[in-house]
Design a protein around this ligand. Sequence first.
Ligand code: DGL
Length: 273
Amino acid sequence: MINKNAPVGVFDSGVGGLTVMREIMRQTPNEKIIYFGDTARVPYGSKSRDTVTKYSRQIVRFLQSKEVKAIVVACNTASAYALEEIEKETDIPIIGVVKPGAKVAAAATVNGRVGVIGTEGTISSGIYSEYIKKINPKASVIGKACPLFVPLVEEGLWQDPVTDDIAGRYLEELIDTGIDTLILGCTHYPLIRSTVGRLMGEEVTLVNPAYETARELKELLQEKNMLSDAGAKLGEERYRFYVSDAAEKFKRFANSIIKYGILSAKIVNIEEY
Ligand code: DGL
């Protein structure tokens, strides 16, 4: 019997998934959330499918040990590489960020030309293209890996000439392709949305998969009658954070993304799961 007041588990390779968590906090404020950031093994974007799948499996086991009622794979790379596998192995609902992002982009494009930016893993998996083409077989999808965006964001260079310069180089190829929609296919990119938007121009619609993912989570919980009606009990933390390393650094960065006041992040030895 599912406990509808059990927490939702959210995981990412590190801090970036907090952009997804903050959307879940906005759209389903009653839900308790357990967040896991794999700060010891980040980045996932340059690792192989097998490694990312192994890591994701361990994190799912950890979250299940906390008796979560559903899991959100907030990481695009893990959604691209591992979701299909871990879904098969898990008996609670799991949703990723790729399908919701693809759905919004397919609905938003007018000329059928969609761009995707993400990590090397997400782009080389071709998964955004696959999902968009399932909805609109005539769509053409152009991917571009932007590996330097993650470290730039983590260095706090959200609005900086260095980021402008790198973004200009990455996006140059996309600007001439006539895309009218661009998916921010990586957890970190919403934090440099204004830079990307300025370079791409007003006529290009930017899609942040986080919003749609949170909406789909809400819908799923509603459908299964699993939406929490209680929130957190007095003295109980509504949001709990776990990481695999560098808890203090995580806490500092996290507090700049979500306006909640994260007091602590506990370290977990994720290799044990
Ligand atoms: N969270 C990852 C993603 O959305 C970006 C960071 C990483 O490479 O691990 O793909």
